[in-house]
Design a protein around this ligand. Structure first.
Ligand code: ATP
Length: 248
């Protein structure tokens, strides 16, 4: 589904964040990109979703291929039209709009308008916390509810590929478990293709089939979720940290 070849990103023309990374996300699978703070995970998903722009000083080279088509450096709105939906770090719901209005914003690229009411009903049923607050302004939702809303809004767009950046950010351990439970359910039930960026390695490896670890701009490790869980480097440097930080 998605192939990334030799992706390199520099900010302000000189700060090299990615030094040539390559990875793949097969259709219907969940793949995770892991790495410490500042290792370049968000940069990677932004480069894929077309959010890094040369007029902001970001230089992107390499190749991004979506279902066989070269989509390198296409703008963000084109990528949305191709079904690549980026759920950004920090959630970015529209705080003044209601839950329902936020969800409808997610469907703005859908041509078949008749399916929207059905989709709305489906996702409001799937996320009861949202179903109970359809007319509440999103700014009044808790962090976990806003994260659910950001995910549901992405689903309204009929995504071919969901890029999810750090869904655990700012959530309590209980909510992290809840949000990851929902991501796992949706991914498995609907066979969605996910690229999940996370610092919470333990949770990410529960959801993902396969993972890559980015360090200093390179992919240092890759493997199935089980292989990574058993890997000594990952256990020493990530799982220990993750366990202490998140008390999971
Ligand atoms: P985190 O888990 O903390 O979100 P990350 O792995 O997602 O980290 P990035 O956000 O991709 O890391 O950042 C990688 C590096 O690039 C960091 O050193 C960051 O300071 C730098 N960086 C990110 N965005 C910019 C920008 N617009 N201009 C300059 N430097 C940037």
């Amino acid at each position: 589904m998605l192939e990334v070849h030799d992706l390199r990103v520099a900010y302000n023309r000189v700060i090299r964040v990615l030094e040539g990374i390559s990875f793949a996300v097969p259709k219907g699978k969940a793949v995770t990109l892991l790495g410490a703070n500042g290792s370049g995970k968000s940069t990677t998903v932004k480069a894929i979703s077309g959010m890094l722009r040369s007029d902001n000083g970001a230089i992107v080279t390499g190749k991004v291929v979506l279902e066989g088509e070269d989509v390198t450096r296409q703008g963000a709105s084109r990528m949305v039209r191709r079904g690549v939906i980026h759920v950004m770090e920090g959630r970015f719901v529209f705080p003044d709009l209601t839950v329902k209005e936020n969800l409808l914003m997610g469907a703005y690229s859908i041509k078949d308008r008749s399916s929207i009411t059905e989709d709305l009903g489906r996702w409001l049923d799937f996320f009861p916390v949202l179903g109970a607050r359809t007319n509440t302004q999103a700014g009044y939702l808790s962090g976990g509810e806003q994260q659910m809303l950001a995910i549901a809004r992405a689903l309204m767009a009929h995504p071919r590929l969901v890029l999810m950046d750090e869904p655990s950010m700012g959530l309590s351990p209980i909510l992290v478990q809840e949000v990851f439970g929902v991501i796992s359910d949706i991914q498995k039930t609907h066979q969605l293709t996910f690229l999940l960026v996370e610092q919470n390695v333990r949770m990410a490896l529960k959801v993902a089939d396969y993972g890559y670890v980015i360090e200093r701009g390179f992919i240092r490790l890759e493997g199935t979720a089980e292989e990574l869980r058993q890997n000594k480097h990952l256990q020493d440097f990530y799982l220990g940290i993750s366990e202490n930080e998140n008390h999971i």
